[in-house]
Design a protein around this ligand. Structure first.
Ligand SMILES: C[S@@+](CC[C@H](N)C(=O)[O-])C[C@H]1O[C@@H](n2cnc3c(N)ncnc32)[C@H](O)[C@@H]1O
Length: 249
């Protein structure tokens, strides 16, 4: 029997109208929808975006628990549990659709599943349907073009406090020393995952005289979206995970 296909559908950054036509069709025709869930007390943001298009009477929804941790042992065991649920279904010939916020290949949890599945059973077909990322949505919303002509754009996770981030294989990728250099060298810088390190980044922006060149974008496209130009008003505040900064010289 032929294997089922694993589809990754990027459902866009928040506004349900920002899903692609292809993603929407795939989502609506899926019999099994996989939704990664980092915290069961909070509704998955991808599900929140996609649920107007999902019919729970016809479609099976599988929430996949993922711990909110950088502890690789716990993360790996969570992915092993997910593989146990996913591989037999795909091997039995059924398609599955994994949904996530923005684009699947931009810091998406799907990348872990993609790599694991390729190594466990490379014959299982995978299709990635791109989504509009939060970066594109934020740029359009605040009407700050990301780049024109020969301008250079950088995208960084602002994992500044920790001084390091890890890729899916656990490789330590130190970015902290690069943040200052990046801000100095690029015309536009987008900082993602800003919520826990905002004050430190603000200090650096002040030092480099870039506070007035920066905009804070929170939950773009969701009803509770917030755009803040006066960054100093955010100092010491608790910020949500779905927030980013665009710095444009
Ligand atoms: C794990 S990454 C996922 C990125 C996503 N795949 C994308 O294409 O936008 C999570 C980070 O994306 C950014 N993000 C995602 N959705 C957002 C939104 N609606 N508003 C602002 N930032 C968002 C935040 O910086 C957040 O910390």
């Amino acid at each position: 029997m032929a294997y089922g296909t694993l589809y990754a559908v990027g459902v866009g950054p928040g506004d349900p109208e920002l899903i692609t036509l292809k993603g929407l069709r795939r989502l609506q025709s899926a019999s099994v929808i996989l939704i990664p869930q980092k915290d069961f007390s909070i509704e998955s943001q991808a599900y929140r975006i996609a649920k107007t298009y999902i019919n729970p009477e016809r479609q099976k929804i599988l929430f996949l628990p993922l711990p909110m941790t950088k502890d690789l042992k716990r993360l790996n065991s969570a992915w092993e549990e997910i593989l146990k649920k996913v591989i037999p279904v795909l091997e039995a010939g059924q398609d599955m659709v994994y949904i996530l916020v923005g684009d699947p290949f931009l810091y998406g949890t799907f990348i872990y599943l993609f790599e694991l599945l390729k190594s466990r059973n490379p014959s299982i077909p995978i299709e990635v349907i791109p989504g509009i990322s939060s970066i594109q949505a934020a740029s359009a919303r605040v009407q700050w073009p990301l780049a024109v002509a020969d301008e250079r754009v950088a995208i960084l996770p602002a994992t500044y406090e920790e001084g390091e981030s890890r890729d899916y294989s656990g490789r330590v990728d130190p970015i902290s020393p690069f943040l200052r250099q990046t801000l100095e060298q690029f015309d536009t810088v987008v900082l993602m995952k800003i919520h826990r390190v905002f004050d430190k980044v603000l200090n650096l922006l002040e030092e480099l005289g870039l506070v007035e060149n920066t905009i804070y974008v929170e939950k773009v496209g969701f009803p509770e979206e917030r755009l803040v130009r006066d960054l100093r008003t955010l100092r010491g505040r608790e910020l949500p995970y779905l927030s980013l900064l665009i710095i444009k010289k």
